[in-house]
Write a protein that binds this ligand. Structure first.
Ligand code: AMP
Ligand code: MG
Length: 345
C-alpha cells in the first residue's frame, strides 16, 4: 500500500504502479466514485485475475477507463453523436456509457458481450496511471463481490489484502457511489444503474433517456449483472424504511428499542436530523443531512462497513427521497437490504 496525493500524484509512485500493470498485475486505485481494481484492459490474462481476486462471476462485465475523451474510438466502435454530447457534458466524471466494443478490448472484459462500458474518471491518480500505462484500464470496484463498495484504501485492504499486487491510497473518495451506467446501444437509451450523475441531468442532454428500475434475483439471467438484487450487502440484516418521516421514525425507534432490550447489537445509518430520535441504537453512523445528498452518498458505504465492524446484527436506515443523487442512494440501500422494504403509511 502506497500513499499518493489525490490531486498531485508523485510520478515515481505512478510509474511503480504502471510497472505492475505492464507485467499483468493488479493495482487498486482511487477514483472519484469508489476505489477501483485495475488491470491493463488490453491484456486478457491480467483481466482474468480481476475476476479471481474479487471472486466476481465472469458474467459480470467490467468498466473500461480512459484518460481522455479522444481515446474513446480506441475502445468503442462508432460511438453515436449522443456519446459525444454526454462526454462533453459529464466527462471526466461519474458517467459510464455502454457502446459497441472495439476489437482492441478482449471479450473477457465485457463477459463476451459485443458491447463495452467506458468511463473517463475525474481523478488525477486514475488519469495519471492510465497515461503512464499507455493503455486503457479495466477497473470494477475493488471489493469482494457483493460486499459494500470501497471508498477508502483500508476497505480495499480488508477485502483484497494478499490477493492483489498494490493499493494506491489517495484518501477517501469524494462521490462515494459508483458511476451512472447508460446504455447507448439500445433505442431509446436506458440507464442501467443510477449513480453519481443524476438521471435528471442526463435527460437535459437527451430527454428520451429512460430508467426502469430492475433488480434481478441471484439466479436470474441479466444483461447488466450489476443489477443483482443482493449487492453492496453488509453482514448484518438491513431494514430499510420508507414513508412519511415522522411515522417512520416512531416505528424505527420502537423496533430498535425492542431489539436492544433483547440484547441485540443494533446499528443505525442515520441522517443527521434523525439521529436524536434513533439514539436507542447501539451504534450510530452519521450519513449527513438529507438536504446534502452529496454528503450522504459520500458517507454511505463507509457507514455500512463501520456498522459491520461493530458487529451490528441489524442495521436500520430510512430511505431518502429518490430525487437527484437520491435515486442512486436508494438503489444501493435497496440492494443492501436485499429488496426488503418496510413501508410505513
Ligand atoms: P462495477 O465496476 O463493479 O461498479 O460494475 C460494473 C457494472 O457496469 C456491471 O456490474 C454492469 O452493471 C455494468 N456494465 C459493465 N459493462 C457492461 C456492458 N457491456 N453492458 C451492460 N452493463 C455493463
Ligand atoms: Mg462493483
Amino acid at each position: 500500500m502506497l500513499r499518493v496525493d489525490a490531486l498531485h500524484p508523485d510520478p515515481s509512485i505512478i510509474e511503480q504502479a504502471a510497472v505492475v500493470l505492464r507485467r499483468g498485475g493488479l493495482v487498486a486505485l482511487p477514483t472519484e466514485t469508489v476505489y477501483g481494481l485495475a488491470a491493463d484492459a488490453t491484456n486478457a490474462a491480467a483481466v482474468a485475475k480481476i475476476f479471481e481476486a474479487k471472486q466476481r462471476p465472469r458474467t459480470d462485465p467490467l468498466i473500461v477507463h480512459i484518460s481522455n475523451t479522444a481515446e474513446l474510438p480506441e475502445v468503442a466502435a462508432d460511438p453515436p453523436p449522443l456519446a459525444h454530447a454526454l462526454a462533453n457534458a459529464f466527462w471526466p466524471g461519474p458517467l459510464t456509457m455502454v457502446l459497441r466494443r472495439s476489437p482492441s478490448i478482449p471479450p473477457i472484459v465485457s463477459s463476451g458481450l459485443d458491447t463495452v462500458a467506458v468511463r473517463f474518471p475525474a481523478h488525477a491518480v486514475a488519469v495519471a496511471l492510465i497515461r503512464a500505462l499507455g493503455a486503457p484500464i479495466a477497473a470494477p470496484s475493488a471489493n469482494l463481490f457483493s460486499r459494500p463498495s470501497p471508498t477508502r484504501a483500508d476497505h480495499v485492504l480488508k477485502d483484497l489484502g494478499g490477493r492483489i499486487d498494490m493499493i494506491l491510497d489517495g484518501g477517501p473518495t469524494t462521490v462515494g457511489v459508483e458511476s451512472t451506467v447508460v446504455d447507448l446501444t439500445i433505442d431509446p437509451p436506458a440507464v442501467l444503474r443510477p449513480g453519481g450523475v443524476p438521471i435528471e441531468a442526463l435527460r437535459e442532454i437527451d430527454p428520451r433517456i429512460f430508467y426502469a428500475p430492475r433488480h434481478a434475483a441471484a439466479n436470474e439471467a441479466v444483461s447488466s449483472p450489476g443489477m443483482l438484487l443482493k449487492h453492496y450487502a453488509p453482514r448484518a440484516e438491513v431494514r430499510l424504511f420508507s414513508g412519511p418521516r415522522e411515522g417512520v421514525l416512531v416505528r424505527m425507534h420502537r423496533e430498535i428499542s425492542q431489539l436492544t432490550s433483547q440484547g441485540k447489537t443494533v446499528g443505525v445509518l442515520a441522517l443527521s436530523e434523525d439521529a436524536a430520535s434513533l439514539n436507542a441504537a447501539t451504534h450510530l453512523a452519521d450519513l449527513g443531512s438529507a438536504g446534502r445528498l452529496d454528503d450522504v452518498s459520500r458517507n454511505l458505504f463507509e457507514g455500512l462497513r463501520s456498522l459491520d465492524d461493530y458487529a451490528a446484527e441489524v442495521i436500520f436506515v430510512r430511505a431518502p427521497d429518490r430525487k437527484g443523487l437520491g435515486e442512486a442512494i436508494w438503489d444501493r440501500l435497496y440492494r443492501a437490504a436485499e429488496g426488503r422494504i418496510i413501508e410505513v403509511v
